[in-house]
Design a protein around this ligand. Structure first.
Ligand SMILES: *Cc1c(COP(=O)(O)O)cnc(C)c1O
Length: 495
């Protein structure tokens, strides 16, 4: 049983509203929050209250991934009907989109548990949310009076690699939507580039930008600013990306219970390789909903701004920026941290003040008194060692981001072995980063080989096939070859 405040009752249903982290009183429905992406005052949408699960852990533990997803999503997307949610879920999580029937399988290797979130179309955890977001948007558009065939949702994305392709896979050929992805022409890995430029789908446009990722991102923000309300966002500030991620924390926990490693109800830890703070924030929501979590271990690479924040209470982006072997975590502004701060303070005005300080001074002070979070970091070298050690022992290969989490977890354990079981959230397939991964395992074998040859090496090392998602990607037809200057980006939002 749970009691929800702050909600209206309509037609016997409880409605959960969303408001901005920056204190404006505007409250919107879940569908509008998803369509809008970001609040009008520049804040992020959060639910007025984090709902509690309305079934027991035992009941939930018996459900398939899709049924479990329904039980979680229905508590957040309260203006979607049951039929609409089920349709979104079935369209997102099926054998055409994921190569493992469990969607997010938990595997035990050595003393570690890995929650593999890379079985989707683009081999990164972003597929979990981006497979369903387009369906949410389409449903939300219909609810909010968009006319089919007339009002289109156009998604603009700037990417440094992973988000762009995951968003394309999600939105390709989804009726009523178009997607434009801008990527830095010379700033993504060869495999990431080919993943994007060989994309199919009539509603997809991919454009290389002659500039770095920051230029690309700034260009997209400019287009948003010049055309208010015209475009939607597929990046992790959208609440429609956060909510689907809560599901796999429950799913991972239940798989661990099923294996007999824990009893239902016993708390565990999760170690999460973190960049924009979206993935780990979903773990916080899971805990607030009633999942027994002891600690969320926030793992950073050399860009350890979050480690410094959690340990010192100062968030300061005035620092050196490192390019690492875990590029999706090379980030100095972790957008979703704003949501945690808001939930902790429950004060929009104060949150706005801190974010204002970040914008004008590049820093803010806030001592996060949240017992749930702890932080660690590991550099590329420590990550490589972790890859090597695990491979030597188990013949199991992890990617560079997951390796940061593993190395960070080992440090955590050395410092405080509190006896809790731990799940390492595994965010990408090693086949996305063959250069760094192969080198970590067997440097000699890798010298002078290109990415595709290294995929072969990896496939022999792991004794698995190269995933279909990237196999022969160098032989696929390049469908997108437009390259433009930063100033020309606006003219390229066309089909
Ligand atoms: C995006 C990404 C991360 C970071 O996740 P956040 O939600 O941004 O914290 C970690 N690993 C991989 C492989 C990613 O693509």
């Amino acid at each position: 049983m749970f009691i929800r405040k702050n909600k209206e009752k309509t037609k016997g249903e409880t409605i959960l509203k969303y408001l901005s982290t920056r204190g404006t009183n505007e409250q919107v429905s879940s569908s509008l929050a998803i369509l809008q992406g970001i609040a009008k005052d520049g804040g992020l949408f959060v639910p007025t209250e984090i709902p509690k699960i309305d079934k027991t852990l035992e009941q939930l533990s018996k459900l398939s991934y899709n049924k479990l997803a329904y039980e979680i999503l229905k508590l957040y997307l309260t203006d979607f009907t049951e039929a609409e949610l089920v349709s979104c879920i079935e369209n997102a999580y099926n054998c055409n989109k994921f190569d493992n029937p469990l969607i997010a399988p938990l595997v035990q290797k050595d003393e570690y548990y890995f929650l593999e979130l890379f079985h989707g179309r683009t081999l990164a955890f972003k597929d979990v949310a981006l497979s369903i977001l387009p369906h949410f948007m389409k449903t939300a558009a219909a609810k909010n009076g968009y006319e089919n065939g007339k009002d289109e949702i156009v998604i603009l994305t700037a990417t440094s690699g992973d988000t762009g392709k995951a968003a394309i896979e999600g939105f390709a050929d989804v009726e009523g939507t178009k997607i434009v992805v801008f990527f830095p022409e010379n700033g993504v890995s060869p495999i990431q580039k080919l993943q994007m430029t060989t994309s199919e789908g009539k509603n997809v446009r991919v454009v290389g930008v002659l500039g770095n990722f920051d230029d690309t991102q700034t260009g997209v923000k400019k287009i948003f600013a010049q055309n208010p309300g015209k475009y939607s966002s597929a990046n992790s500030i959208n609440i429609g990306r956060l909510v689907p991620q809560i599901v796999y924390y429950f799913h991972g926990y239940f798989q661990m219970a099923k294996s007999g490693a824990i009893e239902l109800g016993q708390p565990i830890n999760f170690t999460v390789p973190t960049g924009n703070f979206g993935n780990i924030l979903a773990g916080y929501y899971a805990k607030e909903m009633g999942l027994p979590i002891n600690k969320l271990i926030c793992a950073s690479n050399e860009n350890k701004i979050l480690y410094d924040f959690f340990t010192t209470g100062t968030y300061d982006k005035n620092r050196e920026f490192f390019i690492t072997t875990s590029p999706s975590m090379d980030i100095l502004v972790s957008s979703n941290l704003e949501r945690l701060i808001y939930h902790t303070l429950k004060d929009g005005a104060k949150t706005k003040e801190l974010m204002g300080s970040l914008l004008s001074n590049g820093n803010y002070n806030f001592s996060m008194k949240n017992e749930l979070f702890t932080a660690q970091f590991a550099n590329s070298e420590e990550g490589a060692l972790a890859i090597n050690k695990l491979y030597s022992k188990c013949k199991y290969v992890i990617d560079t981001h997951t390796a940061v989490a593993l190395a960070s977890y080992n440090k955590f354990k050395e410092q405080n072995d509190n006896g809790f079981k731990n799940i390492i959230v595994s965010t990408a397939s090693p086949f996305k980063f063959p250069e760094a991964v192969c080198t970590a395992i067997d440097k000699k074998q890798c010298e002078g080989k290109n990415s595709f040859e290294l995929m072969e090496v990896l496939s022999h090392l792991e004794n698995t096939n190269i995933p279909e998602q990237v196999k022969n990607i160098n032989k696929r037809e390049v469908k997108h070859s437009t390259v433009c200057k930063v100033e020309e980006m606006t003219n390229n939002v066309i089909f």
